[in-house]
Design a protein around this ligand. Structure first.
Ligand SMILES: NC(=O)c1ccc[n+]([C@@H]2O[C@H](COP(=O)([O-])OP(=O)(O)OC[C@H]3O[C@@H](n4cnc5c(N)ncnc54)[C@H](O)[C@@H]3O)[C@@H](O)[C@H]2O)c1
Length: 342
Protein backbone atom coordinates (compact mmCIF):
# COMPACT_ATOMS: atom_id res chain seq x y z
CA UNK A 1 0.00 0.00 0.00
CA UNK A 2 1.47 3.33 -1.11
CA UNK A 3 0.37 6.63 0.43
CA UNK A 4 -0.16 9.22 -2.26
CA UNK A 5 -0.68 12.99 -2.34
CA UNK A 6 -1.75 15.20 -5.23
CA UNK A 7 -0.98 18.83 -6.01
CA UNK A 8 -3.16 20.83 -8.42
CA UNK A 9 -6.85 19.95 -8.00
CA UNK A 10 -7.98 21.27 -11.41
CA UNK A 11 -9.44 19.66 -14.52
CA UNK A 12 -7.14 16.67 -14.95
CA UNK A 13 -6.98 15.86 -11.24
CA UNK A 14 -10.35 14.06 -11.54
CA UNK A 15 -8.76 11.38 -13.74
CA UNK A 16 -6.08 10.90 -11.10
CA UNK A 17 -8.51 10.81 -8.17
CA UNK A 18 -10.76 8.34 -9.97
CA UNK A 19 -7.83 6.06 -10.80
CA UNK A 20 -6.48 6.24 -7.25
CA UNK A 21 -9.97 5.42 -5.87
CA UNK A 22 -10.20 2.38 -8.13
CA UNK A 23 -6.85 1.09 -6.84
CA UNK A 24 -7.80 1.17 -3.19
CA UNK A 25 -5.88 -1.98 -2.31
CA UNK A 26 -2.64 -0.44 -3.54
CA UNK A 27 -3.02 3.33 -3.10
CA UNK A 28 -4.30 5.50 -0.28
CA UNK A 29 -4.84 9.19 -0.95
CA UNK A 30 -3.63 11.01 2.17
CA UNK A 31 -3.30 14.67 1.15
CA UNK A 32 -4.30 17.10 -1.60
CA UNK A 33 -3.09 20.62 -2.29
CA UNK A 34 -4.30 23.59 -4.31
CA UNK A 35 -3.66 27.29 -3.89
CA UNK A 36 -7.40 27.78 -4.39
CA UNK A 37 -8.70 26.69 -0.96
CA UNK A 38 -12.16 25.55 -2.19
CA UNK A 39 -10.58 23.21 -4.73
CA UNK A 40 -8.37 21.61 -2.11
CA UNK A 41 -11.25 21.35 0.36
CA UNK A 42 -13.68 19.93 -2.18
CA UNK A 43 -11.23 17.26 -3.36
CA UNK A 44 -10.27 16.40 0.21
CA UNK A 45 -13.92 15.95 1.22
CA UNK A 46 -14.84 13.93 -1.84
CA UNK A 47 -11.85 11.59 -1.76
CA UNK A 48 -11.17 11.43 1.98
CA UNK A 49 -7.83 13.24 2.32
CA UNK A 50 -6.36 16.20 4.22
CA UNK A 51 -6.45 19.51 2.30
CA UNK A 52 -3.51 21.92 2.00
CA UNK A 53 -3.07 25.25 0.28
CA UNK A 54 0.70 25.28 0.68
CA UNK A 55 2.65 22.60 -1.12
CA UNK A 56 5.73 22.93 1.13
CA UNK A 57 3.56 22.33 4.16
CA UNK A 58 2.00 19.23 2.63
CA UNK A 59 5.44 17.85 1.85
CA UNK A 60 6.41 18.13 5.51
CA UNK A 61 4.17 15.15 6.22
CA UNK A 62 6.30 12.08 6.73
CA UNK A 63 3.86 9.54 5.32
CA UNK A 64 3.85 10.43 1.59
CA UNK A 65 5.33 7.81 -0.74
CA UNK A 66 4.17 9.28 -4.07
CA UNK A 67 3.16 12.76 -5.24
CA UNK A 68 1.09 13.37 -8.36
CA UNK A 69 1.87 16.75 -9.86
CA UNK A 70 -1.15 18.17 -11.71
CA UNK A 71 -0.30 21.87 -11.57
CA UNK A 72 0.27 24.12 -14.62
CA UNK A 73 2.99 22.64 -16.84
CA UNK A 74 5.66 25.25 -16.09
CA UNK A 75 5.44 24.35 -12.39
CA UNK A 76 5.94 20.59 -12.77
CA UNK A 77 9.74 20.70 -12.35
CA UNK A 78 9.63 22.82 -9.19
CA UNK A 79 6.95 20.63 -7.62
CA UNK A 80 8.62 17.41 -8.70
CA UNK A 81 12.07 18.48 -7.48
CA UNK A 82 10.74 19.43 -4.05
CA UNK A 83 9.09 16.02 -3.71
CA UNK A 84 12.24 14.20 -4.89
CA UNK A 85 14.29 16.01 -2.25
CA UNK A 86 11.92 14.55 0.34
CA UNK A 87 12.53 11.07 -1.07
CA UNK A 88 9.04 10.92 -2.61
CA UNK A 89 8.33 9.15 -5.93
CA UNK A 90 7.13 11.61 -8.56
CA UNK A 91 4.29 11.30 -11.06
CA UNK A 92 4.03 14.39 -13.24
CA UNK A 93 1.37 15.30 -15.72
CA UNK A 94 2.51 16.01 -19.24
CA UNK A 95 4.49 17.88 -20.39
CA UNK A 96 7.07 17.21 -17.66
CA UNK A 97 8.44 20.75 -18.15
CA UNK A 98 8.44 23.38 -20.84
CA UNK A 99 12.20 23.83 -21.10
CA UNK A 100 14.87 21.15 -21.43
CA UNK A 101 16.90 22.74 -18.63
CA UNK A 102 13.99 22.37 -16.21
CA UNK A 103 13.28 18.83 -17.42
CA UNK A 104 16.91 17.90 -16.83
CA UNK A 105 16.87 19.42 -13.35
CA UNK A 106 13.83 17.30 -12.51
CA UNK A 107 15.41 14.12 -13.90
CA UNK A 108 18.61 14.84 -11.94
CA UNK A 109 16.77 15.51 -8.69
CA UNK A 110 14.92 12.19 -9.02
CA UNK A 111 18.16 10.33 -9.87
CA UNK A 112 20.09 11.95 -7.02
CA UNK A 113 17.38 11.07 -4.52
CA UNK A 114 16.83 7.55 -5.90
CA UNK A 115 13.16 8.07 -6.66
CA UNK A 116 11.27 7.20 -9.81
CA UNK A 117 9.96 9.84 -12.18
CA UNK A 118 6.80 8.96 -14.11
CA UNK A 119 5.53 11.25 -16.89
CA UNK A 120 1.84 10.74 -17.65
CA UNK A 121 1.57 9.74 -21.30
CA UNK A 122 -1.58 7.72 -20.83
CA UNK A 123 -2.45 7.54 -24.52
CA UNK A 124 0.32 4.99 -25.02
CA UNK A 125 -1.88 2.64 -22.99
CA UNK A 126 -5.02 3.03 -25.10
CA UNK A 127 -6.09 -0.36 -26.41
CA UNK A 128 -5.94 1.05 -29.95
CA UNK A 129 -2.40 2.38 -29.53
CA UNK A 130 -1.21 -0.87 -27.97
CA UNK A 131 -2.50 -2.78 -31.01
CA UNK A 132 -0.77 -0.36 -33.39
CA UNK A 133 2.50 -0.59 -31.46
CA UNK A 134 2.35 -4.38 -31.62
CA UNK A 135 1.80 -4.27 -35.41
CA UNK A 136 4.93 -2.11 -35.75
CA UNK A 137 6.99 -4.25 -33.39
CA UNK A 138 6.00 -7.38 -35.33
CA UNK A 139 7.16 -5.71 -38.55
CA UNK A 140 3.70 -5.95 -40.13
CA UNK A 141 4.07 -2.68 -42.07
CA UNK A 142 7.30 -3.79 -43.72
CA UNK A 143 9.19 -0.60 -44.44
CA UNK A 144 7.28 2.38 -43.07
CA UNK A 145 7.17 5.31 -45.49
CA UNK A 146 4.90 8.00 -44.10
CA UNK A 147 3.22 8.82 -40.84
CA UNK A 148 0.67 11.53 -40.23
CA UNK A 149 -0.93 12.84 -37.08
CA UNK A 150 -3.87 15.24 -36.99
CA UNK A 151 -5.08 17.01 -33.86
CA UNK A 152 -8.15 18.89 -35.02
CA UNK A 153 -9.71 20.06 -31.80
CA UNK A 154 -11.65 23.05 -30.54
CA UNK A 155 -10.58 25.16 -27.58
CA UNK A 156 -12.74 28.29 -27.39
CA UNK A 157 -11.41 31.54 -25.94
CA UNK A 158 -13.32 30.73 -22.72
CA UNK A 159 -11.05 27.69 -22.21
CA UNK A 160 -7.95 29.89 -22.30
CA UNK A 161 -9.62 32.50 -20.09
CA UNK A 162 -10.34 29.90 -17.38
CA UNK A 163 -6.85 30.21 -15.92
CA UNK A 164 -4.06 32.75 -16.36
CA UNK A 165 -1.39 30.15 -17.13
CA UNK A 166 -3.11 28.86 -20.27
CA UNK A 167 -1.64 29.97 -23.57
CA UNK A 168 1.45 31.54 -21.95
CA UNK A 169 5.04 30.72 -22.90
CA UNK A 170 6.12 30.58 -19.28
CA UNK A 171 3.61 28.07 -17.94
CA UNK A 172 1.88 26.32 -20.84
CA UNK A 173 3.19 26.60 -24.40
CA UNK A 174 0.79 26.36 -27.31
CA UNK A 175 -1.20 23.68 -29.04
CA UNK A 176 1.90 21.60 -29.81
CA UNK A 177 3.15 21.71 -26.21
CA UNK A 178 -0.20 21.22 -24.54
CA UNK A 179 -2.81 19.45 -26.66
CA UNK A 180 -0.61 17.73 -29.27
CA UNK A 181 2.12 16.62 -26.90
CA UNK A 182 0.57 13.14 -26.60
CA UNK A 183 0.63 12.82 -30.37
CA UNK A 184 4.26 13.91 -30.68
CA UNK A 185 5.08 11.44 -27.91
CA UNK A 186 3.20 8.71 -29.77
CA UNK A 187 5.13 9.35 -32.99
CA UNK A 188 8.42 9.11 -31.11
CA UNK A 189 7.24 5.96 -29.29
CA UNK A 190 5.96 4.30 -32.48
CA UNK A 191 8.47 5.40 -35.12
CA UNK A 192 11.64 6.30 -33.22
CA UNK A 193 14.12 9.15 -32.84
CA UNK A 194 13.73 12.29 -34.96
CA UNK A 195 16.58 13.59 -37.11
CA UNK A 196 15.23 17.08 -37.83
CA UNK A 197 12.03 19.10 -37.97
CA UNK A 198 10.54 21.95 -40.00
CA UNK A 199 7.48 23.83 -38.81
CA UNK A 200 5.09 26.70 -39.26
CA UNK A 201 2.90 27.91 -36.41
CA UNK A 202 0.43 30.77 -35.97
CA UNK A 203 -1.91 32.36 -33.50
CA UNK A 204 -4.86 32.72 -35.83
CA UNK A 205 -7.85 33.37 -33.64
CA UNK A 206 -7.31 33.01 -29.88
CA UNK A 207 -6.01 35.85 -27.73
CA UNK A 208 -3.01 33.97 -26.34
CA UNK A 209 0.79 34.34 -26.49
CA UNK A 210 1.37 30.90 -27.99
CA UNK A 211 0.15 29.18 -31.16
CA UNK A 212 -3.37 27.87 -31.67
CA UNK A 213 -2.47 26.25 -35.02
CA UNK A 214 0.56 24.73 -36.70
CA UNK A 215 2.06 22.16 -39.03
CA UNK A 216 5.32 20.28 -38.54
CA UNK A 217 7.35 17.97 -40.73
CA UNK A 218 9.36 15.37 -38.81
CA UNK A 219 12.17 13.51 -40.54
CA UNK A 220 12.90 10.38 -38.51
CA UNK A 221 16.37 8.87 -38.29
CA UNK A 222 15.09 5.65 -39.89
CA UNK A 223 14.04 7.63 -42.98
CA UNK A 224 10.29 7.84 -42.25
CA UNK A 225 8.73 11.21 -43.07
CA UNK A 226 6.02 12.47 -40.75
CA UNK A 227 3.64 15.40 -40.65
CA UNK A 228 1.69 16.74 -37.72
CA UNK A 229 -1.25 19.08 -38.26
CA UNK A 230 -2.63 20.80 -35.20
CA UNK A 231 -5.35 23.33 -34.60
CA UNK A 232 -7.53 24.31 -31.67
CA UNK A 233 -9.88 26.17 -34.03
CA UNK A 234 -11.84 23.26 -35.51
CA UNK A 235 -15.46 24.23 -36.13
CA UNK A 236 -17.66 23.52 -34.21
CA UNK A 237 -16.03 20.99 -31.83
CA UNK A 238 -13.27 18.40 -31.42
CA UNK A 239 -13.24 16.45 -34.65
CA UNK A 240 -10.17 14.26 -34.94
CA UNK A 241 -7.13 13.05 -33.01
CA UNK A 242 -5.45 10.58 -35.30
CA UNK A 243 -2.31 8.75 -36.32
CA UNK A 244 -1.98 7.20 -39.80
CA UNK A 245 0.87 4.92 -40.79
CA UNK A 246 1.57 3.99 -44.40
CA UNK A 247 4.03 1.19 -45.02
CA UNK A 248 5.13 -1.24 -47.67
CA UNK A 249 2.80 -4.03 -46.50
CA UNK A 250 0.25 -2.25 -44.36
CA UNK A 251 -1.89 0.83 -43.83
CA UNK A 252 -3.47 1.75 -40.53
CA UNK A 253 -5.28 4.76 -39.15
CA UNK A 254 -6.17 5.17 -35.50
CA UNK A 255 -8.61 8.04 -35.39
CA UNK A 256 -11.81 9.09 -33.73
CA UNK A 257 -11.65 12.17 -31.58
CA UNK A 258 -8.60 11.01 -29.61
CA UNK A 259 -6.98 7.89 -31.14
CA UNK A 260 -9.86 5.78 -29.81
CA UNK A 261 -11.08 4.17 -33.04
CA UNK A 262 -9.34 2.03 -35.62
CA UNK A 263 -10.47 3.50 -38.94
CA UNK A 264 -8.18 1.62 -41.28
CA UNK A 265 -6.43 -1.67 -40.62
CA UNK A 266 -5.16 -3.47 -43.67
CA UNK A 267 -2.09 -5.69 -43.85
CA UNK A 268 -0.68 -8.03 -46.44
CA UNK A 269 -0.34 -10.84 -43.93
CA UNK A 270 -2.97 -12.03 -41.46
CA UNK A 271 -2.27 -11.87 -37.73
CA UNK A 272 -4.50 -12.97 -34.84
CA UNK A 273 -4.50 -9.33 -33.66
CA UNK A 274 -6.73 -8.52 -36.66
CA UNK A 275 -9.62 -10.18 -34.83
CA UNK A 276 -9.27 -7.65 -31.99
CA UNK A 277 -9.82 -4.58 -34.15
CA UNK A 278 -13.56 -4.19 -33.56
CA UNK A 279 -13.46 -4.79 -29.83
CA UNK A 280 -10.50 -2.43 -29.43
CA UNK A 281 -12.52 0.65 -30.37
CA UNK A 282 -14.02 2.53 -27.46
CA UNK A 283 -15.82 5.76 -26.71
CA UNK A 284 -13.78 7.97 -24.41
CA UNK A 285 -15.67 10.26 -22.01
CA UNK A 286 -13.42 13.12 -23.21
CA UNK A 287 -10.16 13.55 -25.14
CA UNK A 288 -8.15 12.63 -22.02
CA UNK A 289 -9.32 9.04 -22.62
CA UNK A 290 -9.23 6.15 -20.16
CA UNK A 291 -5.49 5.73 -19.83
CA UNK A 292 -4.89 7.11 -16.33
CA UNK A 293 -6.00 3.89 -14.61
CA UNK A 294 -3.62 1.60 -16.53
CA UNK A 295 -0.97 4.31 -16.12
CA UNK A 296 -1.32 4.10 -12.32
CA UNK A 297 -1.25 0.30 -12.49
CA UNK A 298 2.10 0.58 -14.26
CA UNK A 299 3.37 2.99 -11.58
CA UNK A 300 2.50 0.48 -8.86
CA UNK A 301 4.01 -2.44 -10.78
CA UNK A 302 7.19 -0.41 -11.37
CA UNK A 303 7.51 0.55 -7.70
CA UNK A 304 6.97 -3.13 -6.81
CA UNK A 305 9.81 -4.07 -9.15
CA UNK A 306 7.47 -6.00 -11.43
CA UNK A 307 7.57 -3.71 -14.50
CA UNK A 308 9.45 -0.88 -16.13
CA UNK A 309 7.98 2.61 -16.10
CA UNK A 310 5.65 3.19 -19.01
CA UNK A 311 7.12 6.67 -19.52
CA UNK A 312 10.04 7.64 -17.31
CA UNK A 313 11.71 11.06 -17.22
CA UNK A 314 14.10 10.36 -20.06
CA UNK A 315 11.32 9.07 -22.28
CA UNK A 316 9.11 12.04 -21.38
CA UNK A 317 11.96 14.40 -22.32
CA UNK A 318 12.06 13.09 -25.92
CA UNK A 319 8.73 14.57 -26.98
CA UNK A 320 9.54 17.80 -25.15
CA UNK A 321 12.71 18.12 -27.19
CA UNK A 322 10.84 17.50 -30.47
CA UNK A 323 8.24 20.14 -29.55
CA UNK A 324 10.94 22.68 -28.67
CA UNK A 325 12.61 21.95 -32.02
CA UNK A 326 9.25 22.57 -33.73
CA UNK A 327 9.03 25.95 -31.98
CA UNK A 328 12.59 26.82 -32.91
CA UNK A 329 11.96 25.98 -36.56
CA UNK A 330 8.75 28.01 -36.62
CA UNK A 331 10.57 30.98 -35.08
CA UNK A 332 13.64 30.86 -37.32
CA UNK A 333 12.12 29.54 -40.52
CA UNK A 334 14.91 26.95 -40.58
CA UNK A 335 15.27 23.19 -40.40
CA UNK A 336 16.20 22.25 -36.80
CA UNK A 337 18.30 19.17 -36.11
CA UNK A 338 18.06 17.08 -32.95
CA UNK A 339 19.42 16.71 -30.34
CA UNK A 340 18.92 20.35 -29.42
CA UNK A 341 21.89 22.15 -27.90
CA UNK A 342 21.15 23.30 -24.38
N1 LIG B 1 -2.70 13.73 -19.50
C1 LIG B 1 -3.62 14.49 -20.08
O1 LIG B 1 -4.31 14.05 -21.01
C2 LIG B 1 -3.86 15.87 -19.58
C3 LIG B 1 -5.09 16.49 -19.82
C4 LIG B 1 -5.29 17.78 -19.32
C5 LIG B 1 -4.28 18.43 -18.64
N2 LIG B 1 -3.08 17.82 -18.48
C6 LIG B 1 -1.97 18.52 -17.80
O2 LIG B 1 -2.30 18.68 -16.43
C7 LIG B 1 -1.81 19.92 -15.94
C8 LIG B 1 -2.96 20.70 -15.31
O3 LIG B 1 -3.93 20.97 -16.29
P1 LIG B 1 -5.45 21.29 -15.89
O4 LIG B 1 -6.20 21.38 -17.16
O5 LIG B 1 -5.91 20.36 -14.84
O6 LIG B 1 -5.25 22.76 -15.28
P2 LIG B 1 -6.14 23.52 -14.20
O7 LIG B 1 -5.80 24.97 -14.30
O8 LIG B 1 -7.55 23.09 -14.33
O9 LIG B 1 -5.58 22.93 -12.82
C9 LIG B 1 -4.36 23.30 -12.26
C10 LIG B 1 -4.55 23.50 -10.77
O10 LIG B 1 -3.28 23.76 -10.14
C11 LIG B 1 -3.50 24.72 -9.13
N3 LIG B 1 -2.22 25.36 -8.80
C12 LIG B 1 -1.54 26.29 -9.52
N4 LIG B 1 -0.40 26.64 -8.89
C13 LIG B 1 -0.34 25.90 -7.76
C14 LIG B 1 0.61 25.79 -6.71
N5 LIG B 1 1.73 26.53 -6.71
N6 LIG B 1 0.35 24.92 -5.72
C15 LIG B 1 -0.78 24.19 -5.71
N7 LIG B 1 -1.72 24.23 -6.67
C16 LIG B 1 -1.50 25.08 -7.70
C17 LIG B 1 -4.53 25.65 -9.71
O11 LIG B 1 -5.18 26.42 -8.73
C18 LIG B 1 -5.46 24.68 -10.43
O12 LIG B 1 -6.52 24.25 -9.60
C19 LIG B 1 -1.16 20.62 -17.14
O13 LIG B 1 0.22 20.42 -17.11
C20 LIG B 1 -1.76 19.93 -18.34
O14 LIG B 1 -0.89 19.91 -19.47
C21 LIG B 1 -2.86 16.55 -18.92
Amino acid sequence: MYKIALVGCGRISKNHFDSISQLKDELKLVAVCDIIPERAREAAEKYGAIPYTEYDLMLQRDDIDIVSVCTPSGLHPEHGIKAAHRGIQVITEKPMAITLEAADALIKACDDNHVQLFVVKQNRLNTTMQLLKRAIDKGRFGKIYLVQSNVFWQRPQSYYDQAKWRGTWEFDGGSFMNQASHYIDALYWLIGPVDYVMAETATMARKIETEDTGVAILKFRNGVIGTVNVTMLTYPKNYEGSITILGEKGTAKIGGVAVNRIEKWEFEEYDDDDRLVMETNYNPPNVYGLGHLPYYKNVIATLNGAADANTDGRSGRKSLEIILAIYKSAQTGKKVALPLKL
